[in-house]
Design a protein around this ligand. Structure first.
Ligand code: PMP
Ligand code: GLN
Length: 390
């Protein structure tokens, strides 16, 4: 008899779209605009601070809550938003925002609970909710502006609503929720006594007039919000996996109960490096954001020249391109075609971020523009052949 290795809990979940496309991109020698990671390096001074920590023998377990200098740096960072978090009881360092989200949902979600999510939905939220016995309730961000309908959002809330997950700046659309939108979310949370879990990993990557507003700064929200972010995108160090959750002490207690079993602690020297970076964030960030803003404009313009309809992102480092002016193919077929034809460019199909495939839009693909100019030029040059191939 063969062994049935995969538990029933995990049977429904296959390899993530990012892993699948990443593998195909390597197999076919593609320029990779798929998985969201920069192909340029993070800041030297942050790397140097981590190297110093290793040299200074800071190589044993960090405290479960996280290295103190990092928790102190985070407390100071949030004070700039007028938010006071206690270093000992309200801040937890995790293995990336991914673990923070896992721990937060596990901490608050009981079987039968409903959790409202915006759709398209970043891939980790729904599986975790489902594994807790909860139900994700999707509310769509409608193209072309990728805004939610306030009535649809209100209808998604019920007696069963335990929480809402708010990812802004939003992956994959590039939307940054504005204050009136956040106010609507706030009012529903307060009325329904619901928790907000925010995913703010792109908090610093916003363009032009668009500004990230932490939901916890709205009236009466600090006491019902778990704020999650990570150093991955802010410092172009996705491989370091330093994330964190800031939440009221009781919520933090739940998050740490899960964290103690899932990971217990996070790499000490890397936490020291990120603490150093967060203390100097205002000198490190403007250069990165300006460079990304230029890449955003270049890539949007050139994709438009090729005939795509492009949503100019307000934040993140992703561009959603509507493929319908160019092809009748659906997004998954088109992504496969771009990889397997002579174009050799990898992107992410967006329909995979929807629950109901029958009604999901099938005409959007996502490009990551956190790439060197040479990578962008090469990929876009290869795409020029597209029209003649379609
Ligand atoms: N949330 C969103 C919306 C993301 O795009 C990502 C990818 N960086 C994550 C969470 C995961 O972040 P981390 O790498 O810190 O786990
Ligand atoms: N956040 C990255 C993206 O959206 C993917 C990270 C991962 O592979 N889980 O592309």
């Amino acid at each position: 008899m063969t062994v049935d290795w995969i538990s029933n809990r995990l049977k429904p979940y296959e390899a993530s779209i990012f892993a699948t496309i990443g593998k195909l991109a390597i197999e076919h020698g593609c320029v990779n605009f798929g998985q969201g990671f920069p192909d340029f390096d993070g800041p030297g001074m942050v790397k140097e601070a981590a190297r110093s920590a290793i040299s200074e023998a800071l190589n044993q377990y960090a405290p479960l809550a996280g290295a103190l200098p990092l928790r102190q740096a985070l407390a100071q960072k949030y004070q700039q938003h007028g938010l006071d978090y206690d270093v000992n009881s309200e801040i937890t360092v995790t293995n990336g925002a991914t673990e923070a989200m896992y721990a937060s949902i596990m901490a608050i979600c009981n079987p039968g609970d409903e959790i409202v999510v915006f759709e398209p939905t970043y891939d980790t939220y729904n599986p975790i909710i489902e594994m807790c016995g909860g139900t994700p309730v999707p509310v769509r961000l409608h193209p072309p502006a990728f805004a939610f309908d306030p009535d649809e959002l209100a209808q998604a809330f019920s007696k069963k609503t335990r929480a809402i997950i708010v990812n802004s700046p939003h992956n994959p659309t590039g939307r940054v929720f504005n204050r009136p939108e956040l106010q609507i979310i706030r009012d529903l949370c307060v009325t329904h006594n619901a928790i907000a879990i925010t995913d703010e990993v792109y908090e610093h990557l916003t363009f032009h007039e668009h500004e990230h507003i932490p939901l916890a700064t709205l009236d009466n929200m600090r006491e019902r919000t778990i704020t999650i972010s990570s150093s991955a995108k802010t410092f172009s160090l996705t491989g370091w996996k330093i994330g964190y959750a800031l939440a009221p002490a009781e919520a933090t207690e739940g998050i740490r109960r899960l964290h103690q079993f899932a990971a217990f602690a996070v790499a000490t020297p890397l936490q020291m490096g990120i603490a150093h970076g967060i203390e100097r964030i205002h000198t490190l960030l403007p250069g990165l954001v300006n460079r990304l803003a230029r890449k955003r404009t270049t890539m949007c313009n050139r994709l438009e020249d090729m005939g795509f309809n492009v949503f100019r992102p307000q934040g993140t480092f992703f561009i959603l391109a509507d493929i319908s002016p160019l092809t009748d193919m659906d997004d998954i077929s088109f992504v496969r075609f771009l990889i397997e034809s002579s174009v050799k460019v990898a992107t992410i199909p967006v329909s995979v971020f929807y629950q109901d495939q029958a009604t999901a839009p099938k005409n959007y693909i996502r490009f990551c523009f956190a790439k060197k100019t040479s990578t962008i030029d090469k990929g876009l040059m290869q795409m020029k052949a597209l029209r003649s191939l379609l």
